[in-house]
Design a protein around this ligand. Sequence first.
Ligand SMILES: C[S@@+](CC[C@H](N)C(=O)[O-])C[C@H]1O[C@@H](n2cnc3c(N)ncnc32)[C@H](O)[C@@H]1O
Length: 327
Amino acid sequence: MAYGIYAGLIHAQSMRDEEAGVRPISEANTRERCERLAEAREKLLATPEDEWARGIVAKASQRPDLFTLPQKAASNSSRPAKEAYEAFASIYDDFNYRNDYEMWFGVLLPELEKRGLKKGRLLDVGCGTGRAFEPMLRRGWQIQGSDISTAMLVEAERKFGDAVALDAADAAELPVYGEFELVWALNDVVNYLTGDGDLERALRGMRVNLAADGMVLFDSNSLGLFESDFTGGNSEGMSVGEWTWRGLSDAAVAGAIHEAEVSGAGVETHVHRARHYTPEEIREAMAAAGLGYVVALGQTEEDGQVVLVDPPDEQRDHKIVYIGRAA
Ligand SMILES: C[S@@+](CC[C@H](N)C(=O)[O-])C[C@H]1O[C@@H](n2cnc3c(N)ncnc32)[C@H](O)[C@@H]1O
């Protein structure tokens, strides 16, 4: 019975697809559509009135499934992050209670605004439990969140219900959700992209979702942070109450993958695998993804306040914040 209904739905969808002149989903023709979409986005940046390009972009935002490549063969590289966050979700908000997003955005948003950010739609890649949502909803943004971990998304949905659109997706295979004035990946998301090429794939997906004058922002952990939090056993700075964060790697190595273990009450013991990216690797990935490099700022804390410093320093700063826009 259930199968009959399901088959009926598929049939109805393919009838609609036929009427709309789209071919059924297959890897070859999806790849072709993605290429056409990339071409259309390029064209729209140069000639916003181009009808052909507008049509393709509009269709892509109505039917993201048709313009999203199927799982990449090497998607195993995303599995450790998914597994870690399926476990970590149960304590994520309590573990990170010290992170004050309102304070953080009080320094991040002015950096974007002075470089031309316009208020509108936000795509939050690796949104997790939605720590960024409340401050951005309060500022009048419309939000699409996306994350690889369904447990994190369930928590976000419990807190925000219909106020935010949510979708489960790998950042390295991001669907086309629409056109966004701001696309960001906050708080180490890019460090969880450990496979070769995953960073470039994710940045390309972020770029494809940009409105013509949209901006991209993401942060990446510094080598100094990998040294303090991913090496040398228990990290006092990261452990919280009854939960222990334990660095498992021998040394912090530029460009390498590092590991840390989380354990304690109410959480299944699990391992975080995170890759350090050198500023040069990030610049190259941005360029390859068609993103113009606007600025990199070092993020540190002084007297409990978040401070952004130009130029960044891999030892002094905890994170480096990168800002880009469509090249
Ligand atoms: C440290 S959390 C940050 C969550 C949220 N941005 C915040 O600021 O609280 C990292 C997030 O990245 C997500 N993540 C890791 N790898 C991912 C991938 N390949 N695709 C999408 N999300 C990913 C995790 O599931 C997790 O929610």
